[in-house]
Design a protein around this ligand. Sequence first.
Ligand code: TXA
Ligand code: MG
Length: 341
Amino acid sequence: MKTLILSSDNEDIKKAAEIIKQGGIVAMPTETVYGLAADALNGNAVRKIFEAKGRPMDNPLIVHISDISQIYQLVKEFPQRAEILAENFWPGPLTIILPKSDIIPDEVSAGLDTVAIRFPSHETAQRLISLSAPLAAPSANLSGSPSPTTLRHVRDDMNGRIDAIIDGGDCEVGVESTVVTLAENIPMLLRPGGITAEQLHAAIGELKIANAVTNPLADGEKAASPGMKYKHYSPKAEVILLDGENASFYRYINKITDSNTAVLCYNEDIKYITLPSIPIGKKHDYSEQAHMLFTALRKADEMGFTAVYARCPEKTGVGLAVYNRIIRAAGFNIISLEDTD
Ligand code: TXA
Ligand code: MG
C-alpha cells in the first residue's frame, strides 16, 4: 500500500476525511502523540488499525471527539464528575472511561462494557474529526514501540501499512493522554499523562491510582486497563533504570566501559558523564522530559546502542507520566544505587 503524506491545510484534511469515510486509516497529529485513526463506528475500518499496528485485539481504543455534543450517542451515561472533568480539561490530554452505548463496535471496546473518550485540543485533529466522524485512534506506532511524536517516527513505523499520514509537526505534550475511569464507584487513574493526578484530585476529589501505574501486574492480577499488561514503549536496546542521587549515579555510570552503552540523563548531567549521553530535558522540568522522552528512546536505537541506562524520574506532576513510561520501557528493571554503594 502506498502511504500518502498530507499537510495540515484544508484541502489535505478534506482528503484525509474522505479516506476515513471510505473505511481507510490515517495517522493524525494530536497534542499528545500521533494517533492512527479510523471511523469509530465502522468495525471493519477499526480492525485495520489492529492489523497495521500488530496490536492484540483485546486492547480497546480511545474514541476522539471534536465537540462535546458528540459524546451523548457514544456513552450510556454522562455523570456529573465527567461533566466537571470535561469542563476543566477538555479539549486536552485527558481520556475519560464511561459505560458505553450500543453503537460502539466490539472492535473499539474489545468486548468491555465501557468506552474511552477524548476531546483533543490539536486543531488538525479537531478539523479531521469534524469533517469525518468520531475517530477511534491508538498511538500510531507498531505495537510495543515508543509512541510517535514526529512525522518521521510515524513514517518509520507505518509507511506502506496505512493510507495516509497528516504532517502536524512535533507533538507538544509528548506522552499519551491521562486515562481516568468513571465507570467504577470511585474514579481511578489508569494512565498518568499531561493532566496530572493532582489536577484531577483538585477537580473531582477522591481519586484512586491504579497499582499498575507504578508497579508490574502481579501474577493473575487483572489489568484495569488492558494496555497496562503489555510490554510497552520499548526501544530495541535494553533499558535499565538507576535510582539514586547525582553522586552515586555518576559513580555507577562512569565505571561502565562498554561502547554500545548510552545514558538517558538530564541536561545538567551531561558534563559529568563519560559515556555517550541522550538528554531528556532539565531535571525539574517534567513537561520537557515528557516532550523529549519517546524521541530519546528512539534515538538510542537509531544510534545503534544496545543498552541504555536511564535516571529514575520523580513521581510528581507530569513526572509520574514520565516514570510510568520509562519503567515500562525498562520492563521494571530498576537498580537501587543506595544498595550498590
Ligand atoms: O494521547 C492519547 O491517548 C493517544 C492519542 C492518539 O489520542 N492515544 C493513545 O491510545 O495513547 P492507545 O490505544 O495507545 O492507549 C489507550 C489506552 C490503552 O492502555 C488501553 O488499554 C486503554 O487506554 N483503554 C482504552 N479503552 C479502555 C477501556 N474501555 N477501559 C480501560 N482501558 C481502556
Ligand atoms: Mg499506544
